[in-house]
Design a protein around this ligand. Structure first.
Ligand code: FAD
Length: 435
């Protein structure tokens, strides 16, 4: 063994919780692997004894997804090597955080093309979910930018997969919630990095104005990055904000980029590229100092078809009283061009344009309780499905196996076949509760 197997109370406690703070399941042991071979050997060991196993990146799940009651948690943080290659690719072990990868690639003038909002998530963690962000209109999700994976299957086999080598495994692992293999290494595409970013924050006069303009802008590809938010209600009601960024943009671009947009106010900032990517870090520090970061986070994330976004979002927001979803709650509305998302997972609505609609809740004092929030998430999930929407499966929604079958839709048969082929004893990642 190159790494270590830990049984101490501190290691077990750390692996029995997550960012969500809703589920607590102590494992029997925690592996801090020194190599991918360690992971393979321990998966074989556990399989022979009927023990369950899950990989853990940064533990930023919200519903126990990386936990294994009385099983083995593989803390992938020790698989932390990064290599930036001359062919504009990065070869990274799965425990590396995106912040570490982008710092290394920027030293060579390169960057991964697609990011999540928060950079302190692991490569393996976001590739197991999908990885959606503001660059999706040009580059798809993070899983769309993976060239090759090294994985350990549920049989304990260390192998590689790609679009041409074991493509069934590749398709089932990317966005595959750890159900078929543990990712130990990824080869990722890199692109030339901008030096600076001109970021426009535009106040939209209404929800309809926000979604209509996002639709137009993402189809035109006018900005390099495009997202949006609804802000918690004031006496005047909810307010809406578009964030749009031009890489290496200057003041000379302002009129062309924003002159015809319907907005009531605009703020413009020039940021170094890394600071732009990392701009929620100061907000996280504030939430940490408020104690909000350690409170329960019953998150809900969905992908709504464009045809239903205004009705579902307005009906949902109308039910949320000020503060009911927490002192640090954030409501996201990101446009998604589904054709840019070429991998089968994460599952997308069946329309050319969709919106990520996320209710990032915190059970703060005075807000709804965590249990009430989880129950509301289930109702929101049903309302989402009823209009052809999909769950983005990173949050806290109680689902049955039948729900999962419906969630995966036409990909279910292929996904189930991959699970049976690569994890025949069903030992991997029970915290997702898919099988
Ligand atoms: C503050 C914050 C901001 C976020 N912003 C975004 C965003 O903008 N866009 C977005 O798409 N998501 C976002 N997320 C969600 C995030 O991408 C997922 O929850 C992701 O899975 C978390 O990564 P992690 O390293 O913490 O994974 P963990 O929580 O450790 O694990 C998540 C799941 O993946 C499995 N897993 C972990 N590593 C591996 C591996 N190497 N191989 C196989 N399975 C593995 C685990 O077993 C578990 O089931 C955000 C989450 C937080 C907390």
């Amino acid at each position: 063994m190159d790494g270590e197997l830990c049984f101490d109370a501190g290691s077990l406690e750390a692996a029995s919780t997550d960012f969500g703070g809703l589920v607590r399941q102590p494992p029997a042991a925690v592996l801090r692997p020194g190599s991918a071979e360690d992971v393979a050997a321990m998966v074989r060991h556990c399989r022979a004894r009927g023990m369950k196993v899950a990989g853990r990146g940064q533990g930023h799940s919200t519903n126990g997804q990386a936990q294994v009651a009385s099983g083995l948690v593989v803390d992938l943080g020790t698989l932390d090597s990064v290599e930036i290659r001359d062919d504009d690719t990065a070869v990274v072990q799965s425990g590396v955080r995106w912040s570490t990868l982008v710092r290394a690639s920027l030293a060579r003038g390169l960057t991964p093309p697609a990011f999540t909002d928060y950079l302190e998530l692991s490569i393996g963690g976001t590739l197991s979910a999908g990885g959606l962000g503001g660059q999706i209109g040009h580059h798809g999700t993070q899983v769309d930018n993976v060239i090759e994976l090294q994985v350990v299957t549920g049989e304990g086999e260390l192998t590689t997969c790609s679009p041409t080598v074991r493509p069934d495994l590749f398709r089932a692992v990317l966005g595959g919630l750890g159900q078929c293999a543990i990712i130990t290494r990824a080869t990722l595409a890199l692109v030339p990095a901008p030096r600076s970013v001109r970021l426009y924050t535009l106040a939209a006069p209404s929800l309809a104005a926000l979604t209509a303009q996002q639709a137009r802008l993402i189809r035109e590809g006018r900005f390099d990055y495009l997202v949006g938010q609804a802000h918690t209600p004031s006496p005047e009601g909810w307010s809406y904000m578009i964030e749009a960024a031009a890489y290496d943009g200057t003041a000379a671009d302002d009129a062309r980029l924003t002159g015809d947009l319907d907005h009531t106010a605009v703020e413009v900032q020039d940021l170094p590229y890394f600071d732009f990517l990392n701009r929620i870090a100061p907000m996280v520090e504030v939430f940490e100092s408020m104690g909000e970061w350690r409170r329960p986070h019953p998150w809900f994330d969905s992908l709504l078809p464009a045809s239903a976004v205004n009705s579902v979002v307005s009906e949902t927001l109308a039910t949320l009283k000020g503060g009911s979803i927490g002192a640090s709650a954030v409501v996201l509305l990101y446009p998604v061009l589904t054709a840019k998302c070429a991998t089968p997972l994460p599952v997308m609505p069946d329309e050319e344009l969709a919106y990520l609609f996320s209710l990032l809740k915190t059970a703060s004092p005075g807000a709804d309780s965590a249990e009430e929030m989880v129950a509301a998430n289930r109702r929101q999930y049903d309302a989402t499905l009823a209009v052809g929407g999909r769950w983005y499966p990173i949050g806290s929604v109680p689902l049955t196996t039948d729900d999962w079958v419906r969630h995966f839709g036409s990909f279910w048969d292929e996904f189930k076949a991959a699970r049976h082929r690569y994890d025949p004893d069903g030992i991997l990642t029970p915290g997702q509760r898919v099988f």
